[in-house]
Design a binder for this molecule. Sequence first.
Ligand SMILES: *[C@@H]1O[C@H](CO)[C@@H](O)[C@H](O)[C@H]1NC(C)=O
Ligand SMILES: *[C@@H]1O[C@H](CO)[C@@H](O)[C@H](O)[C@H]1NC(C)=O
Ligand SMILES: *[C@@H]1O[C@H](CO)[C@@H](O)[C@H](O)[C@H]1NC(C)=O
Ligand SMILES: *[C@@H]1O[C@H](CO)[C@@H](O)[C@H](O)[C@H]1NC(C)=O
Ligand SMILES: *[C@@H]1O[C@H](CO)[C@@H](O)[C@H](O)[C@H]1NC(C)=O
Length: 369
Amino acid sequence: MMGLRFYLCFLVLFTTLFISTHGLGHLCLPEEHVALFIFGDSLFDAGNNNYINTTTDYQANYEPYGENFFKYSSGRYSDGRIIPDFIAEFAKLSFITPYLHPGYHQYTDGANFASAGAGALAETRQGMVIDLKTQLSYFKNFERLLSEKLDDAEAKTLLSRAVYLINIGTNDYVVPFTRNSSIFQSYSQKEYVDMVIGNLTFVIKEIYKEGGRKFGFLNLAPLGCLPLGRALNSGKTNECKHELTALAKLHNKALTEVLHNLENELNGFRYSIADTYTILSERINNPLKYGFKEGYIACCGIGPYKGINSCGGKRSVKEYELCENASEYVFFDTVHPSEKANQQFAELMWSGTPNVTGPYNLKALFEHK
Ligand SMILES: *[C@@H]1O[C@H](CO)[C@@H](O)[C@H](O)[C@H]1NC(C)=O
Ligand SMILES: *[C@@H]1O[C@H](CO)[C@@H](O)[C@H](O)[C@H]1NC(C)=O
Ligand SMILES: *[C@@H]1O[C@H](CO)[C@@H](O)[C@H](O)[C@H]1NC(C)=O
Ligand SMILES: *[C@@H]1O[C@H](CO)[C@@H](O)[C@H](O)[C@H]1NC(C)=O
Ligand SMILES: *[C@@H]1O[C@H](CO)[C@@H](O)[C@H](O)[C@H]1NC(C)=O
């Protein structure tokens, strides 16, 4: 079967080469190929923000970011690889290139649209980041590029077999919370969560309309227990900022419900949620059990818990301290996991058991025909 498909594909390739210059860009898609598309925020951004008009507040393309693995700062918010890099490795794909990278050409492997600082709400850091809906419009541009490279049937197959990873929401809560914005006076917490989840649902349904069927999500971390959250409680040792964590809990409950409903509503829709909340809480509270030495304090930053976002010294606060060995820390900077923590996350997303990743894990989604 595979041989026949390849044979037909090459036949089409040769015919088009001879009869039309359009055939020059034609690619052949291997039978088992599963592409990976990535949407979201800094947990997933592999460098898109390097190419937009923003500030160093929303970029990580300077040292010490990325140095332990890439030996240069690629724009990833970690000391090394981020979660999508590990997922791509497990799926035997090469690292998925940021969509905005000039000379983008990896059409059949997928694309990364994620943008550090972005939210599901357009208002979240408007003008500084690529919000989720704009990421969706880039995906639609990508589809047009793809349809020039593959014939219609192959493009359709690629999109329906692909896995779509989405991580969004953290910034929608952290931004108004840390800026003490009046938004929570205009909306009840539930109304606000419903807006965030509503915008996310819109994007999921649009991807579904374009043929996407397999989706992977992370729920939100205990946001008040990140170094940034603890630093907001200056003076109260080791206390999480409970009001912030409470928003994450509301979001997670709503996300679970909406995905369950979409599974009933959308024929063929399959998804995976990794329980970041639990996975991270365990590592924060029992770092030794997971091979870390420190779960509260970040490796890079300044102030209590290194909770002030100054890593690299290019943001508003210039002073920062860097630990000696990032692998001993759950957090590399004030909100982002170290490469080692990212690897543990990715492993649990890939092959985790239903108590942390369900109803499917990513391995099952990649293998599903
Ligand atoms: C980039 O953004 C700044 C501030 O928002 C603005 O003044 C400047 O004109 C923008 N540059 C471009 C090339 O869009
Ligand atoms: C999402 O949120 C904003 C509010 O910030 C709203 O204006 C926008 O139209 C919403 N919809 C989508 C699909 O992003
Ligand atoms: C936040 O804003 C409210 C009212 O807008 C005010 O009462 C409160 O003191 C502010 N909190 C901080 C930490 O600035
Ligand atoms: C860094 O820490 C990790 C985890 O404790 C350890 O395995 C590794 O050997 C350390 N590296 C160096 C250079 O000390
Ligand atoms: C989930 O289940 C696995 C295997 O059954 C177990 O090793 C792990 O500790 C469990 N994790 C949680 C968070 O309950």
